[in-house]
Write a protein of this length. Structure first.
Ligand SMILES: [Zn+2]
Length: 268
């Protein structure tokens, strides 16, 4: 794994090319181009949005995504339509820091109407609706996994946890931020966040922006950053396979002929 943004983007671009698609520039941030791309047919039953690298000191998130696209995605391509933003914080990645240039935590800026990253996401995603969005993160201070979930009701988080439990322990009662974590899952809506958490956040995270515009259901996964990179990458691969296996099973019917299954029924 390298922290060199342009090399990382070349690797993603090559992977997209190998898969018959293209990574395209969707905007600029801190003088770096930001990229996104789509894979598979919009007619595929399960639509998934994946974002990575929003915090620059969490390199396992884009590294795991790259490996999963190269090794696992081809097995799912007929059932899966995917939009991917492989690295949303180039400056942070290059400088091995959480924040973007100027010390800006990008995951606290999505309340701003004219935020550059938000505009870049709109550029690729406008008019689309996803069954699930996953914002891939790492918590650099932990040896355990946990996941934030925004959903009409908690549906997937517990099963995501079940899928990776053989690999890594999870927070069972409370996340490192002090949020209640039931068996590794923090269920939330922006309105329901406690004052304490809101004060700590000081701004809107990407997952809340995505649930406002592009999905009813968002996961923010937090790999345990204290584990070796290769192990984190392996965990993220298992996690994504597990989610996609569940998702493609849940969304078997063509999109044009189904209601939103997961909104009303827990079919997984
Ligand atoms: Zn993060």
């Amino acid at each position: 794994m390298t922290n060199h943004y342009h090399k990382l983007i070349r690797q993603f671009s090559q992977t997209f090319s190998d898969l018959g698609s293209s990574l395209i520039p969707v905007g600029n941030l801190d003088s770096y181009p930001i990229f996104g791309g789509a894979l598979g047919s919009p007619q595929a039953p399960f639509h998934l949005l994946l974002t990575a690298g929003l915090h620059g000191d969490e390199p396992g998130s884009p590294a795991g995504l790259l490996q999963w696209l190269q090794r696992a995605y081809p097995h799912w391509r007929d059932q899966l339509y995917l939009c991917v933003f492989p690295c949303l914080n180039p400056y942070g990645l290059e400088h091995c820091q959480r924040e973007a240039d100027g010390g800006v935590d990008l995951n606290r800026q999505f309340h701003q109407y004219d935020f550059r990253l938000a505009q870049g996401l709109h550029c690729l995603l406008q008019g689309q609706r996803f069954d699930l969005a996953i914002d891939l993160h790492e918590d650099i201070d932990t040896e355990k996994f946990y996941v934030w979930e925004i959903a009409p009701k908690p549906l997937w988080g517990p099963r995501v946890i079940q899928g990776i439990l053989p690999l890594v322990p999870v927070y069972h009662l409370e996340s490192p931020d002090g949020a209640p974590a039931v068996n590794g899952v923090i269920s939330q809506t922006y309105a329901s966040l406690s004052r304490k958490i809101k004060e700590r956040l000081r701004g809107r995270p990407l997952s809340h922006f995505l649930t406002e515009h592009y999905t009813d259901h968002a996961l923010t996964t937090e790999l345990p950053g204290k584990l070796p990179l290769a192990r984190r990458v392996a965990i993220e691969n298992v996690l994504l396979n597990h989610v996609v296996q569940r998702g493609t099973a849940a969304y078997m019917r063509p999109r044009s002929r189904r209601a939103s299954v997961m909104r009303s029924n827990d079919t997984m």
